[in-house]
Ligand binder design. Structure first.
Ligand SMILES: C[S@@+](CC[C@H](N)C(=O)[O-])C[C@H]1O[C@@H](n2cnc3c(N)ncnc32)[C@H](O)[C@@H]1O
Length: 300
């Protein structure tokens, strides 16, 4: 897990950007002296750029968080101010990746929101299609995607179940961690011991203190960088289950609705869409209807 920070609330960006954030000057009061000046204008530019490139609607109260995440890019690239960094970013599309990677929040865990994995197990048992296709659309460092693969192995009682998992994220840094499948021991310490034994290898020597997911599990997964905001996604696949959890909260309602329209043709007729614990799609009732705790199916 990188950026183990709590999620920020999503405000609609048009609301947020139209709001004069200079009306909250107390924001900087009492803050320690910064290495680089970070003006309100710099912050507004960052918010506009991250909204344009990732759909992330940054709350106006996140100025400190943004500073601490971006300052590393300035140092790494040798910029003396946010002004020069942002000018560089605006004229070099190559830096967009580093900028987006720095600003995403990647909090995740194995078997997070466990009721979804129980529901998925029932879905796999009762859906006859093989292979059963799953898309993990905001996979972060991979814990969610490997939890999907482990659930599949348990349902079919084999390390080679007829299941495929597409694990995607916009952040290339977390995707690298996901594809390596190596985690510090504490990430799995609360996992059922049977699971741990069956699906992980314990590191030794310079890998002591780490576990690695079994290669059979990795073989079920395909990793790809996909920006959910893009008008075209690189695949035409229809999935039986889409896990898109704890990412929609970063998007405003308008973006969420656009995304849900985009997701719809990628979900099979009897398929299920699994959302995060605080994500509700009541505003998209013509597209999806509830099938239980933050699980959705086609409305028609
Ligand atoms: C809080 S993590 C959620 C991880 C996992 N789904 C879970 O629930 O544990 C949110 C993830 O969404 C990704 N993300 C943010 N904006 C995205 C976008 N436009 N397209 C794809 N992924 C995005 C971030 O990089 C981050 O890894």
């Amino acid at each position: 897990m990188r950026n183990g920070r709590s999620s920020e609330a999503s405000t609609t960006v048009s609301d947020a950007l139209n709001r004069d954030t200079r009306s909250i000057p107390a924001l900087d009061a009492g803050m320690p002296a910064r290495e680089f000046a970070f003006t309100q204008e710099d912050f507004t530019r960052v918010r506009t750029l991250i909204y344009a490139h990732a759909g992330i609607s940054l709350s106006p109260i996140k100025k400190e968080m943004v500073y601490s995440r971006l300052v590393r890019r300035l140092r790494a690239l040798g910029h003396g101010s946010f002004g020069t960094y942002l000018a560089y970013l605006e004229s070099n599309s190559g830096e967009i990746e580093g900028f987006v990677n720095a600003l995403t929040t990647n909090l995740t865990a194995f078997f997070r929101e466990p009721h979804h994995f129980e529901m998925l197990a029932r879905q796999m048992e009762t859906t006859p299609v093989r292979p059963f296709r799953i898309w993990c659309a905001a996979a972060s460092t991979g814990e969610e995607a490997y939890s999907l693969a482990m659930t599949a192995c348990e349902v079919f009682d084999t390390l080679a179940p007829p299941v495929t998992v597409l694990a995607s994220d916009i952040d290339t840094h977390v995707l690298r961690t996901a594809s390596e499948g190596i985690y510090p021991l504490e990430r799995v310490e609360r996992m059922d011991k049977q699971r741990l034994k069956r699906f992980f290898l314990r590191g030794s020597g310079r890998r002591a203190g780490f576990v690695r997911v079994r290669p059979e599990l990795q073989a079920l997964l395909q990793f790809e960088r996909i920006n959910l905001l893009d008008n075209r996604w690189p695949m035409h696949t229809v999935f039986d289950a889409i896990f898109c959890r704890n990412v929609m909260i970063y998007f405003d309602k308008e973006t969420q609705l656009r995304l849900l329209r985009h997701f719809k043709p990628h979900l099979s007729p009897g398929g299920l869409f699994y959302a995060g614990h605080s994500e509700s799609f009541l505003h998209a009732a013509e597209l999806f209807r509830s099938r239980g705790r933050t699980v959705y199916e086609h409305a028609r």
